[in-house]
Design a protein around this ligand. Sequence first.
Ligand SMILES: Cc1cc2nc3c(=O)[nH]c(=O)nc-3n(C[C@H](O)[C@H](O)[C@H](O)COP(=O)(O)OP(=O)(O)OC[C@H]3O[C@@H](n4cnc5c(N)ncnc54)[C@H](O)[C@@H]3O)c2cc1C
Length: 380
Amino acid sequence: MNPLPSVSFWEQQWLKNTDILVIGSGIVGLQSARHIKLQWPHREVWVIDRAPVSLGASTRNAGFACFGSMGEILDDISRTDKITAYSLYEKRYKGLSQLLADFGETSIGYEKTGGYEVFTPEAAAEYEHLSANIDKVNNALKDIAGENPFQPKSTAKLGMKVLENGIYTPLEGMLQTHLLYKKIHDAAVASGVKVLGGLTAKPPEKLDNGKWRVSTQEGYTFDAQTLVVCTNGYATQLLPELEVMPARGQVLVTSAIPGLAWRGLMHADKGYIYFRSLGTRILIGGGRNLDFEAETTPELNTTEAITQYLLKYLQDVVVPGEKFEITHQWAGTMGMHQNRTPIVQRLDAGLYACVRMGGMGVALSAMVSRELAQLVKETR
Ligand SMILES: Cc1cc2nc3c(=O)[nH]c(=O)nc-3n(C[C@H](O)[C@H](O)[C@H](O)COP(=O)(O)OP(=O)(O)OC[C@H]3O[C@@H](n4cnc5c(N)ncnc54)[C@H](O)[C@@H]3O)c2cc1C
């Protein structure tokens, strides 16, 4: 392969100095850049990304504008504590409301379908356990949401091989991932943020003059007064001290299933399986819990084991007896940690991180990006 062409004097002059540099043009990086720009209109704000558009989670997710499921909440409580877990759901609720207020419902393809948590007959004990806790969780969260977040609901009309009752939340809906990304991208650009793809940052270097130097694999160098790292599941490649694990998420989309009896969002197995309607197709993702170790990876390939697992779940549980093909398949990378809370932090003078959005960055992004911009304003 030919070596990369060297960077010209002129190219380097253009890119050399900026006030604020954000690394990562996912939905968190773009919204963070926009909020920083809105508070400092006269400062130059650049976003760079290794990919032409974005290549992590924001353009590869399932499009759940997702409050969460009972199974996920109890799982979160068992990993952390009630206060931490409930405050995360408050952030998700407020974040979703903010996102819809910022970008509108129609233009991002949002439909407030609500979401079911469904249970196979083998998961009957899990259903009993979750049902017994609904009142407790509703009491903790109903003031935030203004209504009970969870209720038992019949699954009879879904046509799935699941228990006759599931748990329903009216607080979520589905959106079109590409439309949301486009809106967020266009809003950042309209605010005056400059977005450049095709630049892979190397770990930053602190200069004696207090600026942060970021060199890229392509040979460019940026010196920024303020550096914000929004690379989510790839964060430790730039900042190894952060506690973020890359977690691969794999997704399949089926061909059209004309008799599909339901529309909306579905959760199963503590959120480790999720599926939704896409017209009369189904998008299904998950299965990381089959092999956590293998799925703790920044690689974006799909695997036979998880493909077969999701396919079998579709055939046995979701649309038993229906004929369909897999027409699309991909993987994305999430940024995870045991306690599932995001990192919005000042790491050093002029250096910030807004990463670790787990499987809920759509819901969190509007809030954490504001939090980050406010932190930069107060501490820079
Ligand atoms: C399969 C899957 C399904 C999901 N489904 C949902 C869902 O339905 N609902 C929901 O709320 N959330 C979902 N998520 C999670 C959600 O998509 C993420 O939490 C959110 O997109 C995170 O946004 P981000 O901007 O922080 O990170 P990302 O979108 O990952 O953006 C990080 C960016 O950093 C760039 N980057 C990385 N390293 C470098 C480098 N060295 N130099 C330059 N650029 C770099 C990457 O190219 C990438 O564009 C899902 C995630 C996956 C993977």
